[in-house]
Design a protein around this ligand. Structure first.
Ligand code: PGA
Length: 255
């Protein structure tokens, strides 16, 4: 069985004192939970202090974005080595806000995924369709393209997690139904199978993201191809994030 993976994407939220309070709350509420991989992705300036806060726990840290170049004149950006220096182990690549607000393309994201893996970190590569694309029946074509244009046999699948996040469900309170999400997750796994072979595809975790909350997490996480969640809004509240993690632990114990 794939170990469930719950990742919190803090986006541009939390000052240092707020972050410390949140992490203490998550630590308290998850100390007795086992069998779930838990990742916190705070703003990059918080990675160093948060590394201290999570030391000795099973909480892992990740960045929300990275530049693909190893150094250079790229104002405001960070390299993979800088992220790795903080003790972070993961990087979210291609979040829909990076694609749609900051104009990141599949080509660029392909370079970012490779830079992350070459730098010894793991990539959480995000894919997902807009509402227009879903309504015009293009969901699978869009998601397939996002995968084939950014992922290939030169990327070690062991260093890769996929996050399916329908753009229309992010921060909107609208969630894909468990069936809608499962359908896309199964198709993503089939696509990974065509790239890496069935065994590697079967071992790769595919997270769902888009308005995941304590109330809808159990049904989403119970789907056979949903291996965890990339959580935005609900990860900023310790009770909510911990409840989603507990729901993932429940799936493990029920298996
Ligand atoms: P949300 O965000 O849970 O607030 O919808 C998810 C994400 O953007 O990763």
């Amino acid at each position: 069985m794939r170990t469930p993976f719950i990742a919190g994407n803090w986006k541009m939220h939390k000052t240092l004192s707020e972050a410390r309070e949140l992490v203490e709350g998550i630590k308290e509420r998850t100390a007795s939970i086992w069998g779930v991989d838990i990742l916190l992705c705070p703003p990059v300036y918080l990675l160093f202090p948060m590394a201290k806060s999570v030391a000795g726990t099973n909480l892992m840290l990740g960045a929300q974005n990275v530049h693909d170049e190893p150094q250079g004149a790229f104002t405001g950006e960070h390299t993979v080595a800088m992220i790795a220096d903080t003790g972070a182990t993961h990087v979210i690549v291609g979040h829909s806000e990076r694609r749609h607000v900051f104009g990141e393309t599949n080509d660029w994201l392909a370079r970012k995924v490779r830079a992350v893996v070459a730098g010894g970190l793991e990539a959480i590569y995000c894919v997902g369709e807009t509402l227009d694309e879903r309504e015009s029946g293009k969901t699978q074509r869009i998601v397939d393209g996002q995968i084939t244009e950014a992922i290939g046999t030169d990327v070690d699948p062991k260093k890769l997690t996929i996050a399916y996040e329908p753009v229309w469900a992010i921060g909107t309170g609208k969630t894909a139904t468990p069936e809608q999400a499962q359908e896309v997750h199964a198709a993503i796994r089939a696509k990974l199978g065509s790239i890496y072979g069935l065994a590697a595809a079967d071992a790769t975790r595919i997270l769902y993201g888009g308005s995941v909350k304590p109330g809808n997490a159990p049904d989403l996480l119970a789907q056979p191809d949903i291996d965890g969640a990339l959580v935005g809004g609900a990860c900023l509240v310790a009770d909510d994030f911990a409840a989603i993690i507990a729901a993932a632990a429940e799936v493990v114990s029920a298996a």
